[in-house]
Design a protein around this ligand. Sequence first.
Ligand SMILES: [Zn+2]
Ligand SMILES: [Zn+2]
Length: 313
Amino acid sequence: MPPSDAPPVRARAAALRRWFDTAAEAPVESGDGRRVDWLRALPFVGLHLACLGVFWVGVSPTALIVAAALYAIRLFAITGFYHRYFSHRTFRTSRAVQFAFALIGASSVQRGPLWWAAHHRSHHRHADTPADPHSPREGFWWSHIGWFLTRERFRTDLTRVPDLAGYPELRWLDRYDTAVPVALAAALWVAGALLERYAPALGVSGGQLLVWGFFVSTVVLFHVTVTINSLAHRYGRRRYDTADDSRNNLWLALLTFGEGWHNNHHFFPGSARQGFRWWEIDTTWYGLRLLALLGLIRDLKPVPDWVLARGRR
Ligand SMILES: [Zn+2]
Ligand SMILES: [Zn+2]
């Protein structure tokens, strides 16, 4: 059967199965891999719509603190581990710590660690060429969110992450990439319901912690993360003449815990640090230094002197 003739029912059933199991077999797909796979993306759309729940559940200081804390902890797991550890191997750690932060990262609804690292390595290799998964040369919305929802970017190319593919626990997180987010959402709902019952003065409910702590926090975290794909290749200064369009941008660096020093990073991705100068605020780097002090990670790769000397300012 020619690929484009896959029965629609079978194709739809496969899209639904892949909500829960990314290894579920897909019918042979035709050449429109760059179109958004709306059926599979439905939960992601729902994630955004669920933020409207704030009008029903109300708000409390506790809900805002939980949302902010989950934003910060999960952003750090994405920047420090999904990015600087899994994608670029800029420091070393134990298997237990590796798994712990992979788990926190997986709760961010940005797919599993292998998927994330494989696509990110592809980005560095092909940055701002037609083979780049998310270059803003193809439009803001494509680089920000479109690429993430297409068929051609659904699979994890394990040949790009041979160093990670040997860990069954990471493979599991990658395959069942909705399991951890669903568990977090459920835990927040239960915690909120318990607080409502035993600490009613806080004004919290299950629905409130679910909406603020999971939906709002996750959606903000997602859009902040992908500004590095969309905005940090457009707006800011270029210290290094890299072949791509990457920029250094203080505002994005503040928002993303240091990832806004993106021109630095494209010039030399091998350092655990992305703010190369002392005034380039890099919160992830401070967090990694703290983890190293605590003995949880080690061998943080520095910025070599020749890299500093090559920079314009
Ligand atoms: Zn980039
Ligand atoms: Zn990178």
